[in-house]
Design a protein. Structure first.
Length: 149
């Protein structure tokens, strides 16, 4: 999927055997695998922001390396292994900020098109608030817009 690349991150260890790459774009995330292992099982996956359910960072042994786990609304998990803490945190932050922008844009389009169900959008907003992506004020503002208040 095309889009402006906002941030890109790759695995740091064993890149000749197996390499993972994550491009965070203005449209969503692109995940690809490479290296010798991928000749057998190459993966190329795009997930739009509307389908990202959670992003988490798992600290590995001794806290030096971290895994970044992205879960889609369909339950698909992407796990980038052996990342530096700063890289994983930056990726998570960029995803959350882009997801907020995408949601705001989606809500504006909904007001124009009326194509999305209000209850589903409020549920999605609530989920984003519960994950800490939206503040209570941002949630309330978006909810009022959806309800036309």
């Amino acid at each position: 999927m095309d889009g402006q690349i906002l941030y890109e991150i790759s695995t740091k260890l064993n890149t000749l055997i197996y390499k993972e790459n994550l491009q965070i774009t203005d449209k969503g995330i692109n995940y690809t695998t490479g290296g010798a292992v991928s000749l057998i099982a190459k993966e190329n996956l795009f997930i739009p922001y509307s389908q990202i359910a959670a992003v988490e960072i798992i600290k590995l042994i001794m806290g030096i390396q971290h895994d970044l786990i992205i879960t889609s609304t369909s339950g698909k998990k992407i796990r980038l292994r052996n990342l530096y803490k700063d890289d994983a945190e930056k990726a998570k932050s960029v995803i959350y900020e882009s997801q907020k922008k995408s949601l705001t844009s989606s809500n504006n389009n909904q007001n124009n098109q009326g194509s999305l169900d209000v209850a589903d959008q409020i549920a999605k907003l609530s989920s984003l608030k519960d994950q800490g992506i939206l503040t209570q004020d941002e949630f309330d503002t978006q909810k009022k817009k959806l309800l036309g208040l």
